[in-house]
Every structure is written in structure tokens, then in C-alpha cells.
Design a protein around this ligand. Structure first.
Ligand SMILES: [Zn+2]
Length: 58
């Protein structure tokens, strides 16, 4: 059984090692984990921006 791979470029599942849509190399890593990391870093950036705004830096 072939492993399902995931293109982080266009958020699509594929069985190909290279995404047939954008040509990016696909990953076997769980997209859920990827999305979680992505969400966490987004959240961190928001907090940082909020803190900077409260301090009057931006
Ligand atoms: Zn792609």
C-alpha cells in the first residue's frame, strides 16, 4: 500500500512524490501536525503584535 502524501504548497493529498499541480515535493508528515504548527506560529505572531501594540511600539 502506498503512503498518502501531502503537498504543503496547495494543501492537497496525492500519491505522487511531487505534486502534480504545483511541482512541490510532497511530504509524508501528517498535515494535521503541519497545520497545528502553522496555527501555533500564527497565534504566536498575533500575540507578539498585540504586545508590541500595547507597548506603543507600533
Ligand atoms: Zn501542490
Amino acid at each position: 500500500m502506498r503512503k498518502i502524501r501531502f503537498c504543503t504548497g496547495c494543501d492537497k493529498y496525492t500519491l505522487m512524490e511531487k505534486c502534480p499541480v504545483c511541482g512541490n515535493e510532497t511530504v509524508i508528515n501528517s498535515p494535521q501536525r503541519y497545520l497545528k504548527d502553522e496555527e501555533i506560529s500564527k497565534y504566536r505572531r498575533e500575540i507578539k503584535r498585540k504586545v508590541l501594540r500595547e507597548k506603543g511600539i507600533i
